[in-house]
Design a binder for this molecule. Structure first.
Ligand SMILES: NC(=O)c1ccc[n+]([C@@H]2O[C@H](COP(=O)([O-])OP(=O)(O)OC[C@H]3O[C@@H](n4cnc5c(N)ncnc54)[C@H](O)[C@@H]3O)[C@@H](O)[C@H]2O)c1
Length: 370
């Protein structure tokens, strides 16, 4: 989806849709009352004694004959205000926009509708290239017809679960307005896109989340990279040929697979553009293993017709060598994820995405593995 002049340069729209976030008016009113009535502070304290008790631990004496000093009044009112602000931010739901209504998008939208309330989440919109796919499943008021109008829905988090092209075309716009979780991090193999997104995260203060997805042990890998002890990382992904959506030579090779076949072996950077939907796990690993990156992490893509309903991920981590003994630290994991025939996403990965989404609460202007 190439865009020449970007419609996002239009002025922001107001918030006409029915599901727009409303501030908790009762708290606002209390705030305003405090702000507007400094001389009547004592009266207000009486009226709000339970609130004051909860928020500051201060209890007025019996009979209400309490006349705090000016300093004390100021101190109390600022304390109450800050506690109210905290309460208000705790009460506000995080509004989530889902981009892509395939298997993962459908699952996440459904999960927010069913369990969002208790997790403090609210569905702000769902967009899909083919709107028809949402018919009878997503309330029309929650369907977003034009992705360029995402700002009309006042989102806190945008979740891309469609294709890396979405982040290529809209990533910076999304990130300027909200936190973003990219389900297709293969897009970051393009160094220009990666650096532009990093820059936008820094300037906007919003977080670019990379979900661990099918990557096992991502945090450990990241820690080793942080400490400078990560020396090598090799990831082998094995899937049935029908679960692979490949481009160019690799696609041709995949069509003639007869038995377990290594389609690609080399730096992940070269694999992402030709297998954008299938090696997101490798891309997430490159972000975790930031000292090796897309050029240093080795990816191996295997097609195996004998495993129609499994996605296998083998991770081999190499650490430092003990100078005295010559022993080398290493970790090997094998993830065997049941998967429906022909699917790009294995079943356990759905829950992994949900857990990641729950953790996207805002971590400042940076890239964050979640
Ligand atoms: N990070 C990971 O570990 C991980 C794991 C599994 C899936 N994924 C990725 O998450 C995304 C969603 O996975 P899924 O299982 O729901 O896939 P899916 O094929 O079921 O759904 C993809 C959806 O995106 C839409 N789409 C496809 N190409 C598009 C394009 N170029 N522009 C706009 N929309 C497009 C399709 O219409 C479909 O609705 C995929 O990119 C997949 O590779 C990542």
């Amino acid at each position: 989806m190439m865009m020449t002049s970007h419609p996002l340069s239009e002025p922001n729209h107001p918030l006409p849709h029915p599901g727009a976030a409303k501030p908790p008016t009762d708290l606002l009113r209390t705030d305003t009352a405090i702000l507007r009535r400094p001389p009547g502070l004592r009266t207000h304290f009486r009226a709000s004694a339970p609130l004051l008790h909860v928020t500051s631990g201060l209890i007025p004496p019996r009979g209400g004959g309490w006349a705090p000093s000016t300093d004390r009044r100021k101190k109390c009112s600022s304390l109450v205000l800050s506690k109210l602000k905290k309460l208000r931010s705790m009460e506000a739901k995080r509004r989530i926009g889902i981009v892509g209504f395939g298997h993962v998008g459908h699952y996440l939208a459904q999960k927010i509708l069913e369990e969002g309330e208790k997790s403090g989440l609210e569905l702000a919109f769902v967009w899909n290239r083919t709107m028809k796919k949402m018919d009878g499943v997503i309330d029309p008021r929650l369907q977003l017809h034009r992705l360029s109008e995402f700002q009309t829905r006042q989102v806190d988090l945008i979740v891309e679960v469609a294709h890396p092209d979405i982040t290529r075309d809209y990533g910076e716009h999304f990130l300027s307005a909200a936190n973003v979780m990219i389900g297709s991090p293969t897009v970051l193999s393009d160094p220009d896109i990666e650096s532009r997104l990093r820059e936008t995260a820094t300037t906007s203060g919003h977080t670019l989340y990379v979900p661990s997805g099918a990557l096992w042990g991502g945090e450990d890998i990241q820690r080793m990279a942080d400490r400078g002890t990560l020396k090598g990382l090799r990831i082998t992904m094995t899937k049935h040929p029908d679960s692979l959506q490949l481009k160019g030579e690799l696609a041709q090779k995949n069509q003639s697979v007869d038995g377990r076949t290594i389609l690609y072996e080399g730096p992940v950077r070269g694999l992402c553009p030709v297998a954008p939907n299938n090696v997101n796990t490798m891309a997430a690993a490159c972000m975790a293993a930031h000292t090796l990156g897309f050029d240093g992490v080795i990816g191996v893509l295997v097609a195996d017709p004998r495993i129609p309903d499994w996605h296998l991920v083998d991770i081999e981590v190499t650490g430092t060598k003990n100078k005295e003994t010559g022993q080398v630290f290493s970790v090997t994991t094998k993830r065997c994820n049941p998967a429906e025939v022909g699917r790009v996403t294995g079943s356990a990965t759905f829950l992994s995405f949900w857990s990641s989404l729950l953790g996207c609460t805002g971590h400042g202007g940076r890239v964050y593995l979640c």
